[in-house]
Design a binder for this molecule. Structure first.
Ligand code: BGC
Length: 751
């Protein structure tokens, strides 16, 4: 068997590889790791050049049917394993190339190739409530995924064809350290954003790996915690974004989470995998998170398709083939895994690199890398995603001089060229950006350097200008993936407050600045709700700008000046205190979980044990919980102000029955939206449904069922249409163990 060794060029490309390194455990793909690549059971002559499976014009299932009988058992076993830390594929005999699988987040991460287009964090385009934007972001990130390793320079690891995202875990706690990578607290919003992003990515034949399936909704103990959750919440909240994406765009792959669910690792949970693949019809590959398989027989028997992050290892393949022969690996499950793996490799064009269409697509993506058009989409995501949550009439600012102060005024959040510290920049969500305009730089560009003052003593500087912009919040030392196995501290954010950087809290500093200059604008950086309680009255305007990508600082300055009209809406409820969230009010069993026995060190020195957690808040997550318990939020889900005046009419509702029982009822809704103010702008329109109470289920006061986005000039009016049918309105009956349409009159509201 021919073997060649090569050096992975990717420095700390894989968060999980860093995880294994910390865990003092061998792991492939880590910086400077030597990876052995074999030809994986490729003994024998290649199939003929005109074999039908080599024809890209043929239907994928037919290509698989043709290829399957040509494969050796060793090749089949190889196909259900990765070929390296961040690579997959690679069976040269049959023409399957090796290809890379970079992480998503702020863009296509390639730690050894700085200079990608840096997008705002995904939570920002959730805040835009704009599916077209999510599609464009997905498409551009897909093009950059292919472009970042040009075919000619890609080396033995190949070009990239998978982007490890989108993340659709639910923000059941505002403290969740990866909330910035996800799409907020509502499953419909998360599912629709993911579906659009995935469609964009797949349009350029790059596979998503929709993650983390399921219940990785916090970072605390995520690699060991055992989650239990009432079935209705499993269906309606946590699996729902995946279900929505499956039904809309059939994503090409999914990533199982690290944690356990009802006593089983999710990658060993036939229950979860079958729900997605058999019940909801996913045809994509199930790929456990990096290092998340705890025994391949169990994983395959539960529906795993490809074990990620493994090396090529013919000895392991032989061992596992023996388990297959002995019946310890289920034959039907294994066959399904091989079929799904092939489908995945065909879909990303990994068999077709020598074909014209594939070569042209690759060349087009390489040529578009960091094009103006790509950068324009990153800028648009910031323009649409920033949320103005308060404006006492101070803005748009018409004065001249601006003081830009606060701990995050001149901070870059992405990695720099020489920096490989993933952890400090968010973990899997980190990127090596081509550039990042900080708020200070942005204000200097937009207002002119002579009109911008800054300095350390914030209050003193504030007094010197017409308006003061305080840039604070949190950074990636809080908002980041927890890298490492077992029980690790720190994990999620410690509390709801702004991060303390120096001697003073930011809260105190904001109050001092407000005294020095009452024309105070506060910019909040960070991926999740923060407490504004101590100081929000002192600020005349407040913005939530997430992680704004490469243009963030400039877009924000233009927004303050009124050159960009704010249009984002909060994808989270902003509570006043932690216990406002039912997940916290219910105590430690609910968050962060409890330890029946304290953690112990295992043989590898990791703090291991069996923490568990009960999602006792059920479906009462985010606004559903605030509504149920009558808790007044500081800012509700969907809150967001504009510089223009919007009139959103009441919906005209038409009920249509197709005669197909409860699944056949559908409502068509039309609403008129008018820009009645003086500035052009974009309006995201949200459709809410209030379902009547049911005998077998308590209904939330309202639920988001759809959203649309319109751009209107002053005085312009447009009609917006929605559809709401079974898929949008169904609820899970625990009594009947099935989806049902609510009985009685559904009420709709638009805002
Ligand atoms: C993260 C995933 C990521 C993977 C590969 C894991 O630690 O949880 O989100 O895609 O590493 O870097």
């Amino acid at each position: 068997m021919k073997k060649h060794a090569f050096k992975m060029e990717v420095a700390a490309a894989c968060a999980a590889c860093a995880l294994a390194a910390l865990a003092d455990e061998p792991f492939v793909g880590f910086a400077d790791d030597k990876v052995e690549v074999s030809d994986a059971g490729s003994a024998g002559a290649p199939p003929p050049a005109d074999a039908p499976y080599r024809n890209p014009g043929l239907d994928v299932e037919k290509r698989i049917d043709d290829l399957l009988p040509r494969l050796t058992d060793e090749e089949k076993m190889h196909l259900v394993h990765a070929s390296g830390g961040m690579t997959m594929g690679h069976v040269p005999r049959i023409g399957l190339v090796n290809f890379r699988t970079p992480d998503a987040g702020g863009g296509a991460r390639a730690a050894d190739r700085p200079g990608i287009t840096y997008f705002p964090a995904p939570i920002a385009y959730a805040a835009a409530f704009d599916r077209d934007l999510a599609f464009q972001v997905g498409r551009v990130m897909g093009e950059e995924t292919r472009g970042v390793y040009p075919a000619k320079e890609a080396g033995p690891n190949g070009t990239a064809r998978v982007l490890l995202g989108p993340g659709v875990n639910i923000a059941r706690t505002p403290l969740g350290a990866r909330n910035f990578e996800y799409f907020g607290e509502d499953p419909r919003l998360a599912g629709e954003m993911a579906a659009a992003w995935v469609a964009g990515l797949q349009s350029v034949k790059v596979a998503p790996c929709m993650k983390h399936y399921c219940f990785n909704d916090q970072e605390a103990d995520r690699t060991i915690i055992n989650v239990d959750c009432p079935e209705r919440a499993v269906r309606e909240i946590y699996v729902r974004p995946f279900e929505i994406a499956v039904k809309e765009v059939d994503p090409w792959s999914f990533m199982n989470s690290y944690n356990k669910f009802r006593g089983k690792w999710t990658s060993h949970s036939a229950y979860l995998n079958d729900m997605l693949c058999k019940e909801y019809g996913a045809t994509g590959a199930m790929i456990p998170d990096w290092g998340g398989v705890h025994g391949m027989p169990e994983a395959i028997n539960a529906g795993t398709t490809i074990e990620s992050s493994t090396r090529e290892d013919p000895k392991r393949d032989k061992r596992e083939l023996k388990l297959l022969a002995e019946g310890k690996i289920d034959r039907a499950r294994f066959d399904d895994s091989v079929r799904r793996a092939l489908r995945f490799y065909f879909r990303v064009g990994a068999f077709d690199t020598d074909k014209k269409e594939e070569r042209e697509l690759q060349a087009r993506c390489e040529a578009s890398f960091r094009s103006e058009e790509h950068q324009a989409v990153a800028r648009r995501a910031a323009e649409e995603g920033f949320v103005m949550v308060k404006n006492d009439g101070l803005l748009p600012f018409r004065g001249k001089t601006v003081a830009v102060v606060g701990p995050l005024a001149d901070v870059k959040h992405a990695m720099s060229e020489s920096d490989t510290n993933l952890r400090r920049h968010g973990g899997s969500g980190a990127v090596k950006a081509a550039r990042e305009i900080t708020p200070l730089e942005g204000f200097r560009t937009v207002f002119g350097s002579d009109n911008v003052v800054t300095g350390k003593n914030a209050a003193e500087v504030a007094a010197k200008a017409d308006v003061v912009v305080y840039c604070g919040g949190i950074d990636h030392s809080y908002d980041r993936e927890v890298i490492g196995r077992g029980h690790l501290v720190p994990h999620d954010r410690p509390d709801l407050f702004l991060k303390k950087y120096g001697d003073k809290t930011q809260e105190d500093e904001i109050l001092e600045v407000a005294k020095a200059n009452p024309n105070l604008v506060v910019m909040l950086n960070g991926g999740a709700p923060l407490s504004v309680e101590k100081w929000h009255e002192a600020a005349k305007a407040i913005f939530v700008t997430w992680y704004g990508g490469e243009f963030g600082g400039e877009v924000f300055a233009r927004m303050v000046k009124g050159e960009v009209n704010p249009s984002g809406r909060l994808p989270y409820t902003y509570g006043k205190k932690l216990d406002d969230w039912p997940s916290h009010a219910l105590g430690e069993k609910s968050y962060p979980g409890v330890w029946p026995k304290p953690p112990k060190k295992n043989k590898k020195g990791q703090l291991w044990g069996d923490p568990w957690q009960e999602y006792a808040d059920g479906i009462w997550v985010g606004y559903r919980g605030f509504d149920k318990y009558g808790i007044e939020p500081r800012y509700p889900f969907g809150h967001g102000l504009s510089y223009t005046t919007w009139h959103v009419g009441s919906p005209e509702v038409e009920k249509k029955g197709t005669g197909n029982g409860e699944r056949g009822t559908e409502w068509q809704l039309t609403v008129r939206v008018e820009n009645a103010g003086k500035m052009a702008g974009r309006r995201a329109v949200l459709l809410w449904a209030s379902k009547p109470q049911q005998k077998d289920a308590e209904m939330p006061r309202r639920e988001l069922v759809a959203f649309e986005s319109v751009n209107l000039k002053p005085g312009e009016t447009k009609s917006v249409s929605f559809k709401a049918g079974f898929e949008e309105l169904k609820y899970w009956s625990e009594q009947d163990n099935r989806w049902k349409m609510p009985e009685g009159e559904v009420k709709f509201a638009v805002e």
